[in-house]
Design a protein around this ligand. Sequence first.
Ligand code: NAP
Length: 322
Amino acid sequence: MMKPKVFVTRHLPEAAMQKLQSACEVEIWDEEFPPPYDLIVEKVADKAGLLCLLTDQIDVNLMAAAPNLKVISQVAVGFDNIDVVAATKRGIAVGNTPGVLTDATADFAFTLLMAAARRVGEAIDYVRDGKWETWGLTLLLGQEIHAATLGIVGLGRIGRAMAKRARGFNMKVIYHSRSRKPELEEMLGVEYRELDDLLREADYISLHLNLSDETRGLFDARAFSLMKPNAILINTARGPIVDSEALYLALKTGQIAYAALDVTDPEPLPVNDKLLTLPNLIVVPHIASATVASRTQMSQMAVRNLIAGVHGEKLPFPVNAV
Ligand code: NAP
């Protein structure tokens, strides 16, 4: 029997690759950089399945060029690069990889919180630049973490995992989410706030909401104007939720104290971007889920979605209902 044809936009860990190859006829883009959009369009023309990453733009025109496409399987929990509405209209199943990266991502968001609070990046540079000549009473002073207030925006899987970490550090945790979650408030020891109230009250604000038309640019000049001057913003969600120009001005003028970004807008952030001239900013290259275990499991889930989808079966980890 002929195996269904699939296109894979990046090399996967070996176990996932083997499973995929045993079930499908696989064509793969085996480069470090993402395939050009036009190339994906060309490749999916005769394919039943597409396995893609968040760096691939999967839009309605691409789907229109793929009459046999049954499934789009993304190796990530976020899927803002895929036009899910268009896929659903065409009966194309979309899958993602929730859950297996929750703890790794929350661990990393807390890492960034601590690194910004205690100025770890600046301290490393200080030693490497040969500036460490004595112990200083006021050298590289940071902010307290314990007993401070963390505001979590988006109390989903990763937001909840972040709340648990913060409670372990004896922080007060407040949250804002699209819907209030009374059952979680007692369980996690968190209190609900309207967004503006959270912005006014929190010492640390960590973003865990998905990127959508509603959340794009949510953290704009107005949002920064409400925050405390000691506020530290942590973004491990998606870059465009934060208006980069407004963030630059807020950090430059001391409207807020610090930011730590795993995700940026644009992404990658060009090395000459003015954000990188700021001392009170940490930027790392979108690595919050980058542990061996998480990436291995994400790849395996994406392969399971792809194989189910090309056989017309319900995806084990679906984004849409088709
Ligand atoms: P999730 O469980 O779906 O949680 C998302 C949360 O965002 C939900 O609780 C949702 O609220 C909330 N939300 C949506 N729109 C909102 C709005 N307008 N205002 C306030 N809250 C809103 O997803 P997750 O697994 O925790 O992942 C969250 C996001 O993290 C992903 O979408 C992805 O973009 C990002 N992520 C990044 C990395 C990385 O490597 N940096 C890794 C993993 C995930 P309701 O529950 O009320 O609907």
